[in-house]
Design a protein around this ligand. Structure first.
Ligand SMILES: [Zn+2]
Length: 150
């Protein structure tokens, strides 16, 4: 788990506690390089969620990958990593509650977008442009329109 500020892979655990009704361990970590504190969630051996990509291939859901995409979309925006962790928790909770064990990558992207719309407009559009792979300005403006309706 790399530091979200400086990317240093080494951190120490400063606090651990059960989270999400004991299905995960929440850890507060402190970067050994810059001292930044951040939160990680480690899942306890439940069935892995499978993400089906648009080309039909599949991969195991990777929380860090989703987080990285969100962090890039939120670069220089007033959204902090804890808000993004909460956003992903909310998606994971929804998936667990519906007992889903697979999801399309577009649907996963949409679940993130709905939540991102409430956090930051610019981050929403950036994330949408990656996830929806806009081919032209019309698709772009449709996404803006969709955001206004969320
Ligand atoms: Zn650091």
């Amino acid at each position: 788990m790399r530091c979200p500020s400086c990317g240093n892979p080494e951190s120490k655990v400063v606090d651990s506690r059960p989270a999400e009704e004991d299905t995960a361990i929440r850890r507060r970590r402190e970067c050994l390089e810059c001292g930044r504190r951040f939160t990680t969630y480690e899942r306890l051996g439940d069935t892995p969620l499978i993400v089906i990509k648009t080309d039909g291939s599949s991969e195991v859901y990777d929380r860090q990958k989703l987080l990285r995409g969100l962090l890039i979309a939120c670069a220089k925006r007033p959204v902090n990593p804890d808000q993004l962790a909460a956003l992903i928790d909310s998606i994971e909770a929804e998936l667990r509650n519906t007992m889903r064990n697979e999801i399309g990558s577009k649907e996963l992207g949409d679940m993130a977008l709905i939540r991102l719309a409430h956090l930051d407009d610019v981050a929403y559009v950036r994330f949408a442009s990656v996830y929806k792979d806009f081919q032209n300005i019309e698709e772009f403006s449709n996404a803006l329109e969709a955001m206004r309706n969320i």
